[in-house]
Design a protein around this ligand. Structure first.
Ligand code: NAD
Length: 290
C-alpha cells in the first residue's frame, strides 16, 4: 500500500516508522523531521497518489486545514485515516467533506500512548464506512493490537472521549479516596488489597494505581513522570464537555473532572506530570483550607 503520513510528532513518528517497515510510506510535518523516514515538502505532496493518508495532528482546526490542503489532490476512492484526538464535530465535518470529494474518511483515535505507538500495540476506536475500515485493518494490525469499529463517522472520537471521561472521573475518585484513607489511618496497601478486589475496583486502581509502591508498576513509582500527562487528560475532558454541550447531555462528573484538571494544569504546576499526580495534589490540601 502507498501511505502518506502527516503529523510526525511524539505519536505519529513511531507509528509512521512501523508502517514504513512494511509499506511504501512518505511523511510530512511542519516542524518535525524524523530520521530514517522519507519526507515530502508539503502535506499535499505526501497525500498525492497515496492509497491511504494518515493524519496524527494536535486538534480539529489543524485537521480541517490539512483536509482542505490534501483532499483536492488525493486519488478518488483513497482513504483518509485520521488517528488524531479531535472534537466529534470536526471529525464529522471532515468526513462529509471527504465524501463530497469522492474519498473515504475513517476517524480512528488511539489509546496506548507513546509506548503503544513505538511497540505497535495501540488500540484504535474507529468511525466511518465499514468497507473503508476493512481496507485499513492491515495498517491497524501493524500499528496496534486491536481496532474496534464503532459505527458512523465521528463515532471513534465519541468512544475515545467517553472512555477518557470515565478514566478522568475514576482517577480523581481513586486519588481522593486514598487521601481520605490516609487521614482515617487506613494503610494504603490494605486499601488497595480491598478495593482492587471489591466493587470500587477500576483500571485506575488496579492497573495504574496512583499511590507509589502499591499495585503494579505505574507512573506513581517514577515520581509521576508521564505516562499520560495531565494536560492530555485535560484536552480529552475539554473535548468531552464540548461534545456534551453540543449533544445536550448532562455530564456533571465529567464537568467536575474537567474543572479539577484545568485547575491542576493551569495553576497548580500539574503540567508535565502524569494525570495520576492528582493524589499528591489532594494530599497537600484540607477540606477547609485549600
Ligand atoms: P505532537 O504535538 O507531538 O505531534 C503533532 C505533530 O503535528 C507535531 O509534530 C506538529 O509539528 C505537527 N503538525 C502541526 N500542524 C501540522 C500541519 N498543518 N501539517 C503537518 N504537521 C503538523 O502530538 P502527539 O503527542 O503526537 O499527539 C498527536 C495526537 O494524538 C493528538 O491529537 C493527541 O491528542 C493524540 N494522542 C496522544 C497521545 C500521547 O500520549 N501523546 C495518546 C493518545 C492520543
Amino acid at each position: 500500500m502507498k501511505i502518506g503520513f502527516i503529523g510526525l510528532g511524539n505519536m505519529g513518528s513511531p507509528m509512521a516508522a512501523n508502517l514504513a517497515a512494511a509499506h511504501d510510506a512518505i511523511g510530512f510535518d511542519t516542524v518535525a523531521r524524523p530520521e530514517g523516514m522519507t519526507l515530502a515538502d508539503s502535506a499535499a505532496t505526501a497525500a498525492k497518489d497515496a492509497d491511504v493518508v494518515i493524519t496524527m495532528l494536535p486538534n480539529g482546526d489543524i485537521l480541517r486545514a490539512v483536509a482542505n490542503e490534501i483532499y483536492p489532490v488525493m486519488t478518488p476512492g483513497a482513504i483518509h485515516l485520521d488517528c488524531s484526538t479531535v472534537d466529534v464535530e470536526s471529525a464529522r465535518a471532515v468526513a462529509a467533506q471527504a465524501e463530497a470529494a469522492g474519498l473515504n474518511a475513517v476517524d480512528a483515535p488511539v489509546s496506548g500512548g507513546i509506548g503503544g505507538a513505538m511497540n505497535g500495540t495501540l488500540t484504535f476506536m474507529a468511525g466511518g464506512p465499514a468497507d473503508a475500515f476493512a481496507k485499513v485493518q492491515p495498517l491497524f494490525d501493524i500499528m496496534g493490537q486491536k481496532a474496534v469499529h464503532c459505527g458512523a463517522a465521528g463515532n471513534g472520537q465519541a468512544a475515545k472521549i467517553c472512555n477518557n471521561m470515565i478514566l478522568g472521573v475514576t482517577m480523581i475518585a481513586t486519588c481522593e479516596a486514598f487521601v481520605l484513607a490516609d487521614k482515617l489511618g487506613l494503610d494504603r496497601q490494605a486499601m488497595f488489597d480491598v478495593v482492587s478486589t471489591s466493587s470500587g475496583y477500576s483500571w485506575s486502581m488496579n492497573a495504574y494505581c496512583p499511590a507509589p509502591g502499591i499495585g503494579p508498576q505505574s507512573p506513581a513509582d517514577n515520581d509521576y513522570q508521564p505516562g499520560f500527562a495531565a494536560e492530555l487528560m485535560l484536552k480529552d475532558l475539554n473535548l468531552s464537555q464540548m461534545a456534551a454541550a453540543t449533544a445536550d447531555a448532562d455530564t456533571p462528573m465529567g464537568q467536575a473532572a474537567r474543572d479539577l484538571y484545568a485547575q491542576f494544569v493551569q495553576s497548580e504546576n500539574g503540567a508535565g506530570k502524569d494525570f495520576s499526580a492528582m493524589l499528591p495534589r489532594f494530599k497537600k490540601r484540607t477540606r477547609t483550607k485549600t
